[in-house]
Ligand binder design. Structure first.
Ligand code: ADP
Length: 248
């Protein structure tokens, strides 16, 4: 087991009102899992992901990573954001090196690692380019390269494909699946939040379905489709229908 989400609940307070966002969430993450968390808007998916990476504290319960309570600065856990979250005044390579500098890695090694992951995400030749000169899909490739460069064991992603066009996002998904399946490259496991059921069935080996707020685990489904998966396969659509039927 890689990580464990144990009895996690989250209550927000706004204007004196208490809002229960997550209610007693429990699941385990194994090595080699690709988990997609799906559920209706506002059910707490992003909140849960932020708690898993340690960016937010649960009101009760805990998240364990390799047997220890998760901390926000754990370099073995990385996050990819929907809006890319790049620094506009830094080049592609500088954006990636910043993440490595924060880990205390020396300049020369930063350079080598950044080049390796720029290549791995297909951005060779764009090292010195600024984010504003890149398309959305290329910006998200930088987001992936930056997250992968720290060589995380667990990669967490919040709707990373939702602002990309269909073709770009399909290419990026296939590249991500290749990296996930490649034993010598990070990450080992992925947790991804999405509202797109088809995308979840295409990518995941497990889909966790949350209820409308307060988010509770309604189902934890193992997707038993062989890879590479084919969206035109009737079996693929049976799984998509099954997931839809479980979402309230
Ligand atoms: P999802 O990602 O599934 O759309 P979120 O995790 O963003 O859901 O939000 C879950 C619920 O918690 C929502 O009702 C939202 O309004 C509330 N919420 C999220 N963050 C905060 C916050 N910082 N303060 C108050 N309420 C919040």
């Amino acid at each position: 087991m890689l990580a464990e989400i144990r009895s996690v609940s989250k209550t927000y307070e706004s204007d004196g009102n208490k809002i229960l966002a997550l209610d007693n969430i429990n699941f385990q993450v194994d090595d080699n899992d690709f988990i997609c968390i799906v559920g209706p808007s506002g059910c707490g998916k992003s909140t849960l992901l932020r708690i898993i990476v340690g960016l937010e504290k649960p009101t009760s319960g805990e998240v364990f990573f390799k047997g220890e309570v998760i901390a926000a600065d754990n370099p073995k856990v990385a996050m990819v954001f929907q809006n890319f979250a790049l620094f506009p005044w830094f080049t592609v390579k500088e954006n990636i090196k910043l993440a490595l500098e924060a880990l205390g890695i020396k300049e020369k090694e930063q350079d080598e690692i950044a080049s390796k992951y720029i290549k791995a995400v297909g951005l060779d030749g764009f090292e010195r380019v600024y984010p504003r000169e890149l398309s959305g899909g290329m910006k998200q490739r930088v987001g992936f390269a930056r997250a992968l460069a720290v060589e995380p064991v667990l990669l967490c992603m919040d709707e990373p494909f939702s602002s990309l066009d269909a073709l770009t996002s399909q290419n990026l998904k296939d590249d991500l699946l290749m990296l996930w399946a490649e034993k010598n490259m990070p990450p080992d496991a992925v947790i991804m939040v999405t509202h797109n059921v088809e995308e979840a069935v295409y990518l995941a080996n497990r889909i966790i379905i949350l209820s409308p707020r307060p988010g509770k685990v309604m189902a934890d489904l193992k997707i038993e489709l062989t890879r590479p998966r084919n969206r035109k396969d009737p079996e693929f659509y049976r799984w998509v229908d099954k997931v839809y039927s479980l979402i309230v």
